[in-house]
Design a protein around this ligand. Sequence first.
Ligand code: CP
Ligand code: NVA
Length: 321
Amino acid sequence: MKDFVSIRDFSPPEIQYLLLLGRHMKAQPETYKSALAGKTLAMIFEKPSLRTRVTFDVGIQQLGGFSLYLSPAEINLGRRESVYDVAKNLERMVQGLMIRTFAHEIVEQMAQWAAIPVINGLSDYSHPCQAMADYMTMWEIKGRLDRLKIAFIGDGNNVAHSLMFAGAQVGANVWVATPPGYEPHEDAIVWSWARACETGAGCHVSNDAKEAVTGADVVYTDVWASMGREAEAEKRRPAFKNYQVNADLFARAKRDAVFMHCLPAHRGEEVTDEVIDSPRSVVFQQAENRLWIQKAIMVHLMKDVPVGLMHPATAPELVHA
Ligand code: CP
Ligand code: NVA
């Protein structure tokens, strides 16, 4: 496990292990306060962020390490410098790299070319750190993940994909309901179905929000137009209006169902204030759990990456001394 690019890259026990480690981090943070002493995480952001930036930044500091924020203007990935050259530079300077970008292939290329761990902090295709925080939150609240009914209502986007992947890994029943034409990618559905068959999980995709929410343990939504697609917001609004999570729709879920959202939320669009501000909304617990699960991911990937001497060819006399 060098990188954390997609939840699909792992076995079910590896995902369970990371969730367990995240919960242990949260229960006993002191145990890990020097786990990444002296190590540096570079964070490349090509899109805006609140939660991802703050939780990685604070997380690595709590583990004894440092972070570097690299803004879109500084790196200008692929224009000022190629993805390959950025990877080959950074692997000599830092011990881990988090990247938030547009095309998923850029994350994959970075992971292929950099000798250090690469963590996907969101691409147009997936948001694996978010899904890990989400399943950690569901486990805390519901005491189990196996056979939980999770309804994702709205756009079949990056967040929906990662929820489907992780759900298939941990044995949950994920129901995705989108407007026609906004379903998840076909390859995401096929992979999730196949993995669900192995683990006893379920993956259902339809255009029926009411059916998806009926009897659900968790009701989840996300913005109707993701970062990079803001220009489509106006066009999407009429197509999505019957996919709003409001009190009527939420009432179809189980009486003890919780509401989830990765945030940022567009209140009055995909969710009403009444639902997101209700006592059954756990959106800020989800946001906090980004911190704990990412600390687990960073420790797991970065703990054995040495500071210096990654490239013995540059200092042979030290290596052979
Ligand atoms: N949920 C999430 O990734 O939030 P940010 O875009 O603020 O990082
Ligand atoms: N689907 C959203 C998630 C933001 C955390 C986006 O990509 O903008």
